[in-house]
Design a protein around this ligand. Structure first.
Ligand SMILES: [Zn+2]
Length: 428
């Protein structure tokens, strides 16, 4: 182990302990040789007992062996400068040179190695706008000391690091209610979190099964769990600022439980297969006076459709949009949703591929986020129009709006007015 491409991972809690001290301590790592990586899992403050630090139990190094092979040291700025030049020259220090700068450094016995993590409270600036990094890591033997890679979990990976570049604050206060945690819904949920939505409630009673895996954002390690619980865990680890609440219930059967969630939401997204749940979602959203975005793949995966129904008196609901299509002699592919699509049964095999479903899920999140931001006055988030049909595998023979002939052709059209006799629209 003398190569400089080894990596040390330092959890936030360990970082905080080291920053508060100006001394030294011991490190315990889990280390994987094949992966050339070490994760700090416990540390001492000088001669104290080693205290475990919080780590992600699912991290791949948590199954690797323990090795009490490291130290951390508070160091002077001269060591930081030395590292700067060493890295540029691909050079190493002798242990004696390292020891001169870090008097507490412990020399490994011959043939052994150790990891050193060093922290300089006031790292030197080498120009007006470049200060050298406070943190470094080193591979130490009795003959040589050389820099190695270090990555620290320190909060900079959080969403609010984008503040000023993206309206993170506006989205952090928004709550999205998502119906459906299938292939489209799972991708929508991930994407909503990655845009910075502050709260997501996900409603879906289904468990993740083996046949879902090729099309779902979730992986085999979650097979058997409810999709909402698995998504809550995966989103929580990637986007800790996003508060996800799982609701493993059926939208149609539990409308009474779902209704209060609508009142607390800023927008609803419906990715559930089947005409009946879409009708229920449509009705509930209208009653609650909330905007709703419907997403699905129609015609055996040939077209993606995303319908945004704003909560405005001049905009008709989903039922009104469907009825207008039929009355205008255009086609209504929604009936293909009731052919058992998505259930993967033998007589109705799933025909849309995972990538297409994820694409529609991500576009759905984009449209949802744009709708929220536009309402907050973000003019660059003004959408082309309310309704989108996008061609995934266009087929001749369909009529408007499903008549695109080129893949990824997009047809945007206006959501029409409500019908006077629409029960959903006139209940508001
Ligand atoms: Zn209506």
């Amino acid at each position: 182990m003398s190569d400089s491409d080894w990596l040390v991972l330092l959890p936030q809690e360990a970082k905080e302990v080291i920053e508060k001290s100006d001394g030294w301590g011991r490190l315990t790592c889990r280390i994987s040789g094949p992966d050339r990586a070490a994760l700090v899992v416990a540390l001492s403050n000088e001669d104290s007992d080693r205290v475990p630090v919080a780590t992600d139990p699912g991290h791949f190094l948590m199954t690797a062996g323990f090795q009490p092979v490291g130290h951390w040291y508070a160091v002077p700025e001269e060591l930081v400068l030395t590292e700067y030049f060493l890295v540029r020259q691909s050079a190493t220090l002798s242990f004696d040179e390292f020891h001169r700068l870090v008097p507490k450094a412990e020399c490994p016995v011959s043939g052994k190695w150790a990891i050193a993590v060093t922290y300089c409270a006031q790292p030197p600036a080498i120009s007006e706008d470049e200060t050298l990094p406070a943190w470094s890591a080193w591979i130490v033997t009795d003959s040589s000391v050389q820099p190695m890679l270090l990555d620290i979990r320190d909060g900079n990976e959080l969403m609010d690091a984008l503040e000023g570049l993206w309206p993170t604050r506006a989205l952090a206060s928004k709550r999205v209610l998502l119906f459906g945690a299938g292939s489209i819904g799972g991708a929508t949920a991930e994407s909503l979190a990655s845009y910075g939505a502050g709260q997501i409630d996900i409603v879906d009673p289904d468990r993740l099964l083996f046949h879902n895996i090729p099309r779902h954002v979730l992986t085999t390690k979650h097979v058997g769990r409810t999709k909402v619980n698995a998504l809550t865990q995966t989103l929580g680890s990637a986007w800790p600022e996003c508060h996800v609440t799982p609701w493993p219930i059926d939208l149609v059967a539990n409308a009474d439980l779902v209704r209060p969630l609508l009142d607390e939401s800023d927008i609803i997204v419906c990715t559930v297969d089947g005409v009946e749940p879409r009708r229920v979602a449509n009705y509930l959203a209208r009653r609650a006076g909330k905007p709703i975005v419907f997403a699905c793949v129609l015609g055996d995966g040939r077209y993606g459709e995303i319908l945004r129904i704003r909560a405005l008196p001049e905009v008709g609901c989903l039922e009104c949009q469907r009825r207008r299509l039929r009355e205008e002699g255009r086609i209504d592919l929604e009936t293909t949703l009731d052919r058992g699509y998505g259930t993967g049964t033998r007589h109705n095999p799933m025909t849309a591929v995972g990538g297409d479903l994820h694409l529609i899920g991500q576009l759905t999140a984009k449209i949802t986020v744009a709708t929220l931001l536009r309402a907050q006055g973000e003019l660059d988030q003004t959408l082309v129009d309310d309704n989108l049909v996008i061609a995934l595998r266009p087929t001749p023979g369909y009529t408007d709006p499903f008549d695109a002939t080129r893949m990824l052709d997009q047809k945007w059209y206006r959501a029409g007015r409500p019908y006077d006799d629409c029960p959903a629209c006139n209940a508001t």
